[in-house]
Design a binder for this molecule. Structure first.
Ligand code: SAM
Length: 267
């Protein structure tokens, strides 16, 4: 069996009991960064053998893992942090294992994108973008898609590229587009910024440290309704006993705006 095992994105307690049991029971753990995984294993006194497996691992390394699985060994695949294959290595290995008839199972757990989404306070459809492409023309296309999308876009970004990306988003989406920037989730310096792209640019400046998830709101529909009008109606519904969610839905219907916009304004 190949086990895809989610590991913490910061706080070592964010791992399931099943994941810990499996990490202790498998024959080998294939890890993106063995130095990082050893810290997790030491914390939980797990002694399983580690094998390095990262984005530059060649076919020979994959063949070795597939060979061991075909020999009846159990192997766990873990990434640096969070859920493997989510902007992390493992896709080809999993496809090869599936095509060779090897059983594959996945142990759900921490994922920065999902953690940030829950903090954004919206529960509708979303597009997972991950890291923007490196090539300038592909990056520009991806940003244009984010600007036009009618659902939220979830991005991963490194600290040194954050300010440039916020600026590119501002140019494509306009400075008033709403964004949530979730920094250092589950860690001591966790911070969730909520506001417009202009405010985000002012807040984060040029130099940043840490890890970031960006949740860019969907394109606003053409509407005459201002935030003040929406808030006034929300207030009225909530004062009359509606939950925030029901008030957001009722306001959205009445003013012809997206439910997400109304719900955000209840926050
Ligand atoms: N597989 C991981 C997951 O499930 O979230 C993502 C791996 S990706 C290589 C690393 C990126 O995820 C970081 O650059 C950052 O954008 C985001 N990330 C990971 N941990 C984070 C955290 N604790 N807080 C905010 N963002 C985080």
């Amino acid at each position: 069996m190949l086990y895809i095992v989610a590991t913490p994105i910061g706080n070592l307690e964010d791992i399931t009991m099943r994941a810990l049991r499996v990490l202790g029971e498998v024959d080998v753990i294939a890890a993106e960064d063995t130095r990082r995984t050893i810290k997790l294993l030491n914390h939980y006194e797990i002694k399983t053998k580690l094998l390095s497996f990262h984005e530059h691992s060649d076919k020979g390394k994959r063949d070795r893992i597939i060979g061991e699985l075909l020999d009846g060994k159990d192997i766990a695949l873990v990434s640096d942090a969070g859920t493997p294959l989510i902007s992390d290595p493992g896709a080809i290995l999993v496809s090869e294992a599936v095509s060779r008839g090897i059983e594959v199972t996945s142990m759900p757990g921490a994922c920065a994108a999902i953690t940030a989404l829950t903090l954004s306070g919206q529960d509708g459809a979303f597009a997972f973008v991950g890291f923007l492409p490196k090539k300038a023309s592909d990056k520009a296309k991806a940003i244009e898609k984010i600007a036009e999308r009618d659902m939220v876009s979830v991005l991963y970004e490194s600290p040194h590229a954050l300010s440039k990306t916020l600026d590119a988003l501002r140019i494509a989406c306009g400075e008033d587009r709403h964004i949530v920037v979730a920094k250092e989730l589950t860690k001591i310096h966790e911070h969730v910024f909520r506001g417009s792209l202009k405010e985000a640019i002012d807040f984060f400046g040029i130099e940043n440290k840490g890890e970031y998830v960006l949740i860019v709101s969907e394109r606003e529909e053409e509407t005459e309704a201002t935030d003040e009008q929406i808030i006034a109606l929300l207030d009225e519904y909530i004062t009359n006993g509606m939950t925030k969610k029901d008030a957001a839905n009722a306001t959205s219907k009445k003013l012809g705006i997206r439910p997400n916009r109304a719900y955000r304004l209840t926050l």
